[in-house]
Structure formats: structure tokens, C-alpha cells
Write a protein that binds this ligand. Sequence first.
Ligand SMILES: [Cu+2]
Length: 285
Amino acid sequence: MQRGQREFWRVGNVSADTILDLQVLYDGTPQTLSLVSLDGVPVGSQDGTHPGGLIPITDLLLPPAGRMEFILTGPSSAVRSAQFATQAINTGPDGDNDTARTLATIVGGATGDGTGSVPGMSGPQGQPLFPDLATVPVNRQRQLYFSENADQTQFYITVDGQTPTVFSPDNPPAVVTTQGSVEDWIVENRALENHEFHIHQIHFLVLSQDNFQINGSQPVAAIQNQFLDTVQIPYWDGNPAHPFPRVRLRMDFRGRISGDFVYHCHILGHEDLGMMAVIRVLPAQ
Ligand SMILES: [Cu+2]
């Protein structure tokens, strides 16, 4: 990077199974990054302020399939070592070993290796993709949960009240809705490891991510009220006195999408052992 120069970075977690908690470290100190977008949607872009403000962060948990864009400033000449790194993830008692490690070394110089300047405004402001989603009437609430069998050979995502079933493309749709509807989904994690809810075709508004055993219902500032298509539900600690961790999501089926598609855990080892299901969106009349 050119020393002191601001750069725009687009980062995707395209690993199969690894959860990342990303940071930029200069001499061991996490740098403040200006978060521009999550999962392809500019942060704060749907709240009517146009353009939305950037969110200052010093780390961001990025699930497999998650994407982020941010602005960072290149190291000054006083910085002796600089890294792009992930912190260790506590994936839960049954989880994987996602260690802290350096992903890239950053070197400051008189010139950078970037691809040139970024225009301040690339075009006229577009229409919001998800107008008034926070305040529109909600047609329906559903509850779903992640779970596993005892020897971790079968993984499930289940609509509460249905029978846990390993995914097959021949399974009937677990959810049937109609184009034009708005639904609130509560997705719980009843397993002893993290799972990463992902749905094809649409985005959802993050109403909350509740991890009762650790922080109650404290909002995770960077993702609260943002529009994602992939979100972590933290592991349950197995204590029957503790409610299951959950996310509350507002699902937006008002767009052009209809037909059958899937939602699943985006840790592929889990998805491949069954943690996926079909949703059917019936076309509007
Ligand atoms: Cu999973």
C-alpha cells in the first residue's frame, strides 16, 4: 500500500468451512476500518439518509459466503509491521478449530500496487432495494432451528413443529410463501457449535442477534439493522437454563423472485450432511 493512502477493499470469505473475524493490525494495534457494505448492500443505504454513513469497526466476523467492503488507510512510515488477520473464533464445544492467523502481510511504500483512484460518486443514487422494510406490515412469523444428531453425522435445519430431515432435493418445500409477502423468521441454534444461516435469492433485515449466555440481547453494531444474506447464529452452551441463541430476521419476498430455492448453513461440511431445505415462493396473482 502507499503509505497513508486510503484504499477501498472488497473481501469475500470464500472458504468452505472457516469463520473469520477480520482485522488490520499495525504494530499489533487493530486499525479502524470504515465499513461500506455487507453482503453486497451498502450499510445504512436503505434508511432514507442517502447516502448511508460508514460504520467504524476494528474487527468484523465474516461467515463463509459473507462479503464486506471497507476503506482503510495505508501504514505510515512509523509502522514496522502490518497484517491483515483473523482472530480466533470460539466455535463452541462441538465446533471446528478456527485459529487466529495472518492472512496477508501489508507493506507500506512510496507507491501502492492498487488500480487507481475511486470516484467519489459512481452514478446517480438508485432506488432503495428494500423500501420501508423495517416498518411495513409483517404477514407471518416462523420459527426455525439448527440441530445435529448425537454423533454429528446428520445435520438439520427445521421449521419448528416439523420433523428434522436431512436435505434431499426431492424433499417437499419446508416453507411455502407468496411473492409480495414480508415475514419475520426466528432462527435458533440448538447445537453446540456455530451455524451460519444463508438464503439464496433474497436479503433479510437483521432485527437482532441474541446470544443470551454471553451478552444477552446486545445488538452487534455492525450488522444490526443491515441487510444480509448470511448471518451467524452462535452456539448453544448446552446449559438447559440458557435459552437457545437466535437471530430475528425480516425476510423480504417483495422482489421479482418466485419459485423454489434453498436456505442452509454455509459451513459446507454441515450443509453437505443435510443442513439445507427448500423454500417455495408462489408467484403473486
Ligand atoms: Cu453449520
